[in-house]
Design a protein. Structure first.
Length: 407
């Protein structure tokens, strides 16, 4: 922990983000402030490492030592000293490290020494982590707290669990401003005791900070009806979406959607395992990818005819906005967070996640109805321009931070 960061803009507001350092959502939101005269740092959760070329000063708490300290990185477990560090640890200290206590202490020390004007937690788990340090080290008088909820996964199921709901209510009632990408989270937060004045002054905003509308000019996507690729951006099993019904749907409709290539992104071991059970005539057209840089994923989106992302729980998916901006036709689930934003057969086709027949029917339609996907592409670009354009959101967010500092 030897690196001392220098503020690029002395005297200007200091903003400390607490988030997942390897997440493209984290990067995309923080990059909204590129060019603004804020002093920005990220305190990374112990889940992974930021990209080597990411220029934001970052406190790295992961014990993965592939990344060494630099002008923009300081590590809780520096690679240069890790052997000596490990050798002299007692069982008590190692236990503390495993429980996150050392990272929590470092967060508290960082806040007390740097004294950020704004502490922005990117997600509910990150908010709970900060809340623990805030309570233990009495940090409530330092900075304004912005709590950003992630889609629907942060609250939708947790609110049904009495014990978790009690803790969540305690956490969200402490923040100064609550951000979300959907109104449903705001309604739930009000039910859990948050005051209306705590709801975001800038309304709902995508968790990525919006869509760069210059993408189309840079990527030059061809007319959607000429494309023959199906993109699955979330090819993994989780409590929030299931991939197995998608595989069953492909079996039901494969003969009707040919020719077709299937690109599976973020494929996890379970998805890979079950994909091997697909019939050979499908399997030979499937390509699987682990996590990709966001720029590469967007390039693939611009080449896809259909973006398939049915889900059980979601906010307003960033991948839906990205597909709409790049002409890929979205198939998503009719969730309470999504239905207010898009229309069935006008912007998207709806299919519930656990119903392979519905997914198959939507795929047949989207892969064969050229008029549908071409007409939707024009409408969808305008919708994204209206509600998720990054430049307009960037202006609102910068103004939001400026006013928060002086309020």
């Amino acid at each position: 922990m030897s690196t001392t960061f220098e503020d690029a803009h002395p005297g200007r507001p200091r903003i400390l983000f607490v988030g997942i350092p390897e997440s493209s959502h984290t990067h995309s939101w923080v990059e909204l402030l590129d060019g603004a005269t804020f002093n920005v740092r990220l305190f990374g959760m112990p889940t992974g490492l930021p990209p080597n070329d990411w220029p934001v000063p970052t406190y790295v708490t992961s014990s993965d030592h592939q990344l060494v300290e630099s002008k923009t990185r300081t590590c809780l477990y520096p690679a240069s000293r890790i052997s000596r560090f490990v050798k002299r640890q007692t069982a008590r200290i190692l236990e503390e490290a495993n429980s996150g206590e050392l990272a929590s202490r470092w967060l508290a020390a960082t806040i007390m020494s740097w004294r950020p004007h704004v502490i922005h937690t990117l997600g509910l788990d990150q908010a709970r982590f900060y809340f623990g340090a805030r309570q233990r080290h009495r940090l409530g008088n330092i900075g304004k707290w912005v709590l950003q909820l992630r889609g629907g996964s942060d609250l939708t199921l947790a609110r049904r669990d009495p014990e978790r709901a009690k803790l969540i209510s305690e956490v969200i009632r402490e923040c100064d401003q609550l951000l979300s990408d959907n109104q449903e989270n705001f309604r739930t937060a009000l039910e859990m005791g948050i005051r209306p004045a705590q709801l975001s002054r800038i309304g709902t905003v995508p968790g990525t900070g919006g869509i760069d509308l210059e993408l189309r000019a840079r990527l030059r996507p061809v007319t959607p009806s000429t494309r023959r690729t199906l993109l699955l951006p979330k090819s993994y099993e989780s409590p929030w979406q299931k991939i197995l019904p998608v595989f069953e749907a492909l079996k039901l409709c494969w003969d009707q959607i040919q020719p077709c290539e299937v690109w599976m992104l973020a494929a996890d071991p379970e998805a890979r395992m079950w994909s091997r059970d697909l019939p050979s005539q499908i399997r030979e057209h499937v390509r699987q990818f682990e996590r990709l840089p966001r720029t590469r994923a967007l390039e693939m989106m611009s080449a896809a005819r259909v973006m398939l992302a049915p889900s059980l729980v979601d906010g307003v998916p960033a991948v839906m906005y990205e597909a709409m901006a790049l002409g890929a036709f979205p198939i998503v689930s009719p969730l309470e967070t999504i239905v207010p934003v898009v229309e069935h057969e006008r912007n998207v086709l709806f299919a519930r996640n656990l119903y392979p027949e519905e997914i198959a029917a939507a795929l047949r339609r989207a892969m064969n109805d050229d008029g549908l996907v071409d007409a939707a592409a024009a409408r969808n670009l305008e919708l994204v321009r209206r509600v998720a354009g990054r430049e307009e959101i960037r202006s609102r967010v910068i103004n939001f931070y400026e006013k928060l500092v002086v309020s």
